[in-house]
Unconditional design. Structure first.
Length: 189
């Protein structure tokens, strides 16, 4: 059976770091589903590796062509989605798909893939720690930080809708817990 591992969290909770650790585990044989987005790349982001940067018009065209498994307008004219072609290619290569998506996208993917999917919510140890991590990144304006914190309040309330919640207080422990849960789900180790 083709399987999906879905990681979701508020921005700054550490999901991307955990996902990268799992992708680098050769035993798990996971392949990353590169999401598509309408925004411009940030410095050091690479098209096709970090995201498929489509622009607003390109993204809207693919919506019309039904090219997405799921998509969402996260903020006005700021779209993110999962391309059907990405999933098919990964499954055809014999790998399980791992997603790093926002909370709404994660719940949508779980609804679509059902028992084929394991939905994991990465939770920060506290709301204050989440804000501290966002500020430490130094990649966002004050307005963006406030926007992300406001969204995080809503996202944290959705944690119980996921199959598993991992509290990322200590990164090494969170990675170990994620590795264990994912290994059991895909049947390795």
């Amino acid at each position: 059976m083709n399987k999906c591992i879905i990681f979701s969290a508020p921005s700054g909770a550490g999901k991307t770091t955990i996902v990268h650790a799992l992708i680098n585990d050769p035993v798990l044989k996971l392949r990353f589903s590169v999401s598509a987005c309408s925004r411009e790349p940030r410095p050091n982001e690479v098209h096709g590796k970090d995201y498929h940067f489509l622009g607003i018009d390109g993204f809207k065209t693919l919506i019309e062509e039904d090219a997405f498994v799921e998509w969402e307008e996260v903020y006005e004219n700021n779209f993110y989605g999962t391309l059907k072609s990405q999933i098919q290619e990964i499954w055809e290569s014999g790998h399980a798909v791992i997603f790093d998506v926002d909370v709404v996208g994660g719940l949508n993917l779980k609804r679509i893939y059902g028992e084929q999917a394991l939905a994991i919510f990465v939770q920060p140890p506290s709301f204050e720690e989440l804000e501290k991590r966002l500020r430490y990144r130094s990649t966002e304006t004050e307005e963006k930080i406030q926007q992300r914190m406001s969204k995080a309040r809503i996202e944290l309330d959705k944690a119980p809708e996921f199959d598993v919640i991992i509290v990322n207080d200590e990164l090494d422990q969170a990675v170990l817990q994620a590795t264990h849960v994912v290994s059991n789900f895909i049947g390795v180790k």
